[in-house]
Design a binder for this molecule. Structure first.
Ligand code: HPA
Length: 275
């Protein structure tokens, strides 16, 4: 068995003795979005370093916590402990949280992130629904695990029905929601202006350093995946001043109220039986 998965299974067994409920839905929170958890008045939080094998989070804006609460009465497991490839972990370790969620029985996964806007119509503070992605990080967590091209890899990992539900929720909340293709780079360097010009020609609308490995792994498990990017900045070369991580974190905080409203409305709509 994949050793990372084996550890995540052990962590799930340990956690299950502490979580009374079966979580159906999990939200992975991106840079500066961690405070969204407060809205759910979490019943408990566990530092991720207590879980066997959970890679330590080394990035500002990522607390290294797993929390359990209710949003709109719906039980949600929050992951504030994203692992990035640029932190030096293997691509298998990067998807440890997805292994853990799968082992816990999670079926729906909402991936959020901070991203740079490439689409010229995008502004900092916009939200973008991820319709599809480009794996420009050139690593795949299924490598060596799946020896044949995996059949699900043929389509976009992002669930169409839930993506439409997110759009409807945004419309009803009066929140403008962009949509587009998210391009993943390894980082940790931000891109050069020349790279951004290339990415734009390739069809990317936003760029970031996370989400894609998780979406690939979750899709492989058959989880329902949706992705939301917070456009925290204009990508390199599109703004007159150089980009800083603090700006990404600060802008993430600024839009969290909007994101929180959107997610609440969305969760309500997908959990209500159709009228
Ligand atoms: N590039 C890469 N990752 C990012 C950016 C960016 O401009 N903004 C937030 N995450």
């Amino acid at each position: 068995m994949n050793p990372v998965y084996a550890q995540a299974r052990r962590a799930a067994d340990w956690l299950r003795t502490r979580i009374p409920l079966q979580p159906e839905t999990a939200i992975v929170l991106g840079s500066g979005l961690g405070e969204l958890v407060e809205a759910a008045h979490p019943q408990w939080r566990i530092p991720t370093h207590m879980l066997p094998g959970y890679p330590a989070s080394t990035v500002e804006g990522h607390a290294g916590l797993l929390s359990w609460g209710h949003l709109e009465g719906i039980p949600v497991l929050f992951v504030q402990g994203r692992v990035h490839f640029y932190e030096g972990y293997s691509i298998q370790e990067v998807v440890y949280p997805v292994h853990l969620l799968h082992a816990l029985g999670v079926r729906n996964l909402i991936l959020t992130n901070a991203a740079g806007g490439i689409n010229p119509l995008f502004h900092p503070g916009d939200l973008m629904l991820i319709r599809d992605h480009i794996a420009f990080g050139f690593a795949n967590p299924l490598r060596g695990i799946e020896s044949r091209p995996y059949r699900r890899a043929a389509g976009s990992p992002y669930d169409t029905a839930w993506s439409e539900a997110l759009f409807s929720a945004a419309l009803r909340e009066g929140i403008p929601l962009r949509e587009g293709t998210y391009l993943w780079t390894q980082g940790p360097s931000y891109e050069t202006p020349a790279e951004i010009r290339m990415f734009r020609r390739m069809g990317a609308d936003a760029v970031g350093m996370s989400t894609v490995p998780e979406a690939v792994q979750a899709h492989h498990y058959g989880l329902r995946v949706v992705g939301l990017s917070t456009i925290t900045n204009l990508a390199a070369g599109l703004s007159p001043h150089p980009l800083k991580h603090e700006e990404v974190v600060a802008q993430g905080r600024a839009v969290r109220e909007k994101l929180s409203r959107l997610l609440r409305r969305f969760l309500r709509s997908v959990s209500d039986p159709p009228a």
